[in-house]
Design a binder for this molecule. Structure first.
Ligand code: FAD
Length: 376
């Protein structure tokens, strides 16, 4: 029945499309609705961590068919004193920088090839779990009666409020502004410039383009974002800003529960981590795979557990990194400590990217080394 798919997905962003692909790969019939129509753009740093690239490969999505740039690791720099910097390389595979619209098209192509059906400019405005184990979803394109519903409608999820799932915010939300520059990338790392105003994340996304995401605790005093990051301004003095400047909110928050009956939340709708982690897209793809695994065994409680496990590391990392954002004096000391002990940052990057187990933070003495360096 066209209006009774196995899975109805509200939201055709990265989380919704990844869920649709994973479900279609399992032979489920899938319908996706989105309030917008392609191509869907969004303010983003446009960096996929190695774990995101790996999850994409499991979904059968291969970035080789579109323009993108691999990056080998991450470098932190003090935006006011560029000599204070630290860098680490990924030990296993590189990450990739890719324009958000190209990533969206890539996911869309894969979903189309698997027979996923789409209703664009369509919103879900009421949902209910019925006694016979189905869902009734009222949408602007008519009534649907799917077996499962996935809410993949982002940070301000309507599905989340319709089913009354509560959020636990951590700290304040921050403002992100994305700008592309036409310039040959000067690096094959993602660079994060730290200033007392916030951070600028620089990602090479093609042979002739950089993406810069500026992220602030409060509205910046100027639209000349580069002037707040002198070291980056010096780097990009010959670069031309191109395309549309976009803004979005970013925040870290979690939900006690991400399922209700046969309805599950996925991606930013199910809790989020601050953009500073670079992990938002990896979470979307990993959660999508976990959700479909649970649907295929008809047991959403296993998704609840998998979701908690997948989110644990990025959430911890975001708490640690946001301390550096909140206390600029601490941030300057941490960057100096990284410069003094060059092996420290690569070790922390391995923890962040999941190449090493989290317990090494304590038992491997990493935290102790950092605290010891900070006390000088
Ligand atoms: C400044 C910034 C920089 C970032 N940088 C990175 C980075 O470098 N790497 C990384 O991995 N992550 C990054 N992130 C996080 C990443 O962008 C998000 O985690 C990711 O976009 C979440 O995808 P999603 O599909 O859950 O939500 P979204 O991308 O928000 O997609 C939600 C979709 O739902 C649709 N929708 C919304 N409401 C409705 C409705 N009522 N009905 C139907 N459809 C609806 C929207 O049109 C949209 O298509 C960044 C975020 C910000 C703000």
């Amino acid at each position: 029945m066209p209006n009774s798919p196995d899975l109805l997905i509200a939201g055709g962003g990265p989380a919704g499309l990844a869920t649709a692909i994973a479900a279609a790969c399992q032979g489920l019939s899938v319908v996706v609705t989105d309030s917008h129509r392609p191509s869907i753009d969004k303010a983003c740093g446009e960096g996929l961590m190695p774990s995101a690239v790996e999850a994409l490969a499991r979904l059968g999505v291969h970035p080789d068919t579109t323009e993108h740039t691999p990056f080998r690791g991450v470098r932190f720099l003090d935006a006011t004193a560029p000599c204070a910097s630290a860098q680490g390389l990924f030990r296993s595979a590189p990450g990739i920088g890719i324009r958000r619209t190209r990533l969206h098209q890539l996911l869309l192509n894969r979903a189309h090839s698997l027979g996923v059906r789409f209703h664009w400019q369509t919103t879900v405005h009421a949902v209910e779990n019925t006694d016979d184990g189905f869902i009734v979803a009222h949408t602007t394109a008519g009534l649907f009666r799917p077996r499962y519903l996935a809410g993949a409608d982002g940070l301000h999820s309507r599905i989340r409020s319709l089913i009354g799932l509560e959020q636990i915010p951590y700290g304040r939300s921050r403002i992100g502004i994305r700008q592309h520059y036409a310039v040959v990338p000067h690096t094959d790392l993602v660079e994060v410039y730290w200033s007392p105003h916030g951070q600028a994340y620089v990602t090479p996304i093609s042979a002739s383009e950089l993406c810069v995401a500026f992220v602030y605790r409060s509205r910046p005093s100027t639209r000349d974002h580069l002037s707040l990051f002198p070291a980056l301004e010096a780097r990009l003095c010959r670069a031309t800003p191109i395309g549309v400047t976009r803004g979005a909110i970013t925040l870290t928050r979690s939900l006690r529960q991400v399922t209700r009956g046969n309805i599950a939340l996925v991606g930013d709708a199910s809790g989020s981590v601050d953009a500073i982690t670079g992990d938002g897209l990896a979470l979307c793809f990993q959660q999508a795979l976990a959700l479909v695994q649970s649907i295929s065994v008809d047991d959403l409680s296993s998704y609840q557990q998998a979701h908690a496990r997948i989110s644990r590391r990025p959430r911890l990392m975001s708490h640690l990194l946001l301390l550096m954002d909140r206390y600029p004096a601490l941030c300057a000391r941490v960057l100096r400590a990284f410069s003094r002990r060059p092996s420290l940052f690569p070790d922390l990057l391995s923890l962040h990217s999941g190449e090493e187990p989290l317990r090494l933070l304590g038992s491997g003495g990493l935290l102790a080394s950092l605290l010891c360096l900070l006390s000088f």
